[in-house]
Design a protein around this ligand. Structure first.
Ligand code: B1M
Length: 222
């Protein structure tokens, strides 16, 4: 792996946000994900390489360590902050894909769920794919999705869930949207979600990753 990508991955894995961040103590005064991402971009590393080869695998490691109880929520949170500090630099590149919008995409993390890194990635990539994105944020209840759909008729809706418990809320939201307008297209995703679950709850498409989401939206306007 490119040296700078390795350094960014380490910063995300260990929650080193930027140079002035005192955490973790053994990385004190070193550049963090913030500075290194900027340096990588300045030296010509592609934004998608930084995402795919540094940020995403680093967060996967964080998840595995959490599962093995080698780290706890505070460390996960620091890792998420470090990842977000890198994403600030990537966002403009993903958003500058095209100027003419292909349609509207309403996205949110379902009720009870505060995970937003994956949802933000999907939103960014879709925006980069030429869509206007209406990001409702995290812990989004069914009513908020319905209101957004009222305000943006014909928009495609994206639901993200990272917890097995909040997948149930995804099911309720899908049912309410389909009841209101069965033509609405609903895309679902998030680590515990599967194609089988997507079909079971009556959503239209499941994507395990942002690119699959972008590709699905392309098929809707082809
Ligand atoms: Co949480 N967390 N977390 N967490 N967290 C997980 C999800 C967990 C798998 C960790 C573990 O146990 N190994 C576990 C869930 C277990 C389960 O339900 N099966 C878990 C838990 C238990 C919890 C808490 C309950 C912990 C606690 O408090 N005891 C708590 C819940 C809070 C809540 O939501 N109510 C909690 C809290 C947190 C933090 C706040 C500390 C932080 C979130 C910060 C934030 O998002 N701003 C956090 C983090 C960082 C994680 C892990 C480590 C990383 C998640 C992440 O951002 N991954 C995660 C472990 C893991 O996933 N390996 C974990 C990187 C991201 C790029 O991937 O979000 O999967 P992901 O998105 C992917 C795809 O899924 C897909 O594209 C993305 C890019 O490839 N995708 C979509 C996502 N949404 C999509 C939508 C689409 C299409 C594709 O279409 C619309």
């Amino acid at each position: 792996m490119n040296e700078i990508l390795g350094k960014i991955a380490l910063c995300v894995e260990f929650g080193k946000i930027n140079k002035v961040s005192p955490y973790p103590p053994n990385m004190k005064d070193q550049d963090g994900a913030d500075e290194l991402t900027k340096q990588a971009l300045d030296t010509g590393v592609r934004p998608d390489e930084i995402l795919e080869n540094a940020l995403v695998p680093a967060m996967a490691k964080v998840g595995e360590k959490f599962t093995r109880k080698e780290i706890y929520v505070p460390q996960m949170l620091m890792a998420a902050k470090a990842m977000n500090s890198a994403m600030v630099h990537l966002k403009p590149f993903f958003q500058s894909g095209e100027t003419k919008r292909k349609g509207k995409f309403i996205v949110g993390t379902v009720a009870g769920d505060l995970h937003d890194i994956g949802k933000n990635l999907v939103a960014m990539m879709i925006e980069g794919g030429g869509w206007e994105v209406i990001d409702l944020g995290v812990d989004v209840g069914t009513d908020k999705f319905l209101k957004a759909l009222d305000e943006n008729p014909g928009a495609v809706i994206g639901l993200s869930a990272l917890l097995t418990t909040t997948m149930e809320n995804m099911k309720q939201t899908v049912a309410a949207i389909k009841e209101k307008n069965k033509e609405s297209k609903i895309l679902v995703g998030g680590a515990p979600v599967t194609m089988e679950y997507c079909q079971k709850i009556g959503a239209d498409f499941y994507s395990p990753d942002p690119q699959g989401a972008v590709n699905y939206l392309k098929t809707l306007v082809a």
